[in-house]
Design a protein around this ligand. Sequence first.
Ligand code: GAL
Length: 474
Amino acid sequence: MPKDFVYACAVAAYQVEGGWKDDGKGPSIWDTFSHNGNCALNATGDVADDFYNSFRKDIPLFKNAIGINSFSFSFAWSRIYPNGRGDHPNPKGIAYYTQVLKTAKRNGLNTSCTLYHWDMPDTLYQEYKGFLSDKFVDDYRAYAKTMFQAFGGMCDYWITFNEPKVTCTHGYGPNPEHAPGVKGPVTDWYTCGHNLLLSHAAAAQEHKDAGLKTPIGMKLDHMPLVPFDKNSAEDRAAADRANDFEVGWFVTPIVTGQYPKALVDAYGDSFPKFTPEQSASLKGSIDFLGLDPYTAAWATPIQNCNENVMSNDYPMCVRKFQTTPEGKTIGVPTGSAWNFLDPEDSVYFGLKLLQDRYNTSTLPLWISETGMTQINETELPLDRKTDDQPRVEWYRRTLESVKKLIDEGVPVTGFVPWACLDNFEWARGYTERFGVIGIKYDAEGKGSQERFVKKSAEYLKRVLHKGEKISTQV
Ligand code: GAL
């Protein structure tokens, strides 16, 4: 492993903390969304993994069982500002995260701190629809400033946003599966993305103004589109176009200060625009780029594409799919319908694509999330949950692709399995388990909070901490 390689495991506030109204915390959009019965088996994050109370035991467990040198987590904004903004942050919220960070340090872990992992204070949605208003930018800036002041000396890496594309395409637009989950036109995605990008730039500026030397980055969902038939010029063009819409939507502005041309051309005047100052504030606004490659998808053009053909992704005019009509899948199926093991496409091809498109040869890249859930994992007996060979295989093949990238000079400087611990998997509730450490609660998230270490944790520790071969069997 390269020197200073960040090897972390990750969790996010709403998915693990619980304590949804403890110590002055205000409701987030996910509290509201889950309380309205929008998640599998009516699950909520009210208790989740009880990490709010158990972090003192959990963090050393992560360190010992997984062998990490770093811990990646997110702050719940509504613990800091229960209504999204205010003259003073909630002292109990600040005290809580101070303890989390101190616990990580005491255990020899550096930390990457994400300011926003999907759990906006509900007030900001009720007041102005969250990301659909440019008012969001000022509230986020003020929140970020508070966090840099409070934790500037404690966080080693900063991440402004988790997965902006999913934030916008799953939270807004025609078929929102995530909070806030209110339907609107496709153009809402782009309004959301625009305000999110400007908020990122505002936070990056605050980080600079605070004089912090710690790196700041963004963490992007990364589902690269690969041509279904690599020999077909049409499929290659379709994949290129789709990658502009999907990967380029956020990478291009933070690297170049502009939106990809394909997006602007497709939407014309209705597409949001940056002023020259805004472009300048975005360009080069990251010190490292986090990518969350789970899975890839195939791309092929939609013939005779028009608004009626595909109201959701129009005008991209690309059919994205992972399974052919004959039932061939892009990779090995997992317990999540959208997720296949295909690291040669998602990791290797996906990171090379960035390198080729953006000439990012000096921009450090992290695999800031990757992982999977076993098929019907909640129903498996404990020994099969523990002996999670499909997940071991996931990490084995993924690390092979990472090694190939590093050997070819791509600066991969971080690797972060998702997740440290089984947790609340958003709209899927507790029915899907991504942890390399398990929890004995049931598919509704009820029952025992007892933790158990899966074989995948042992595998990762042996390879990434002890330096054993990637082919190691556990
Ligand atoms: C990511 C997300 C995580 C986690 C994971 C598995 O998109 O950032 O919070 O849920 O997917 O689905």
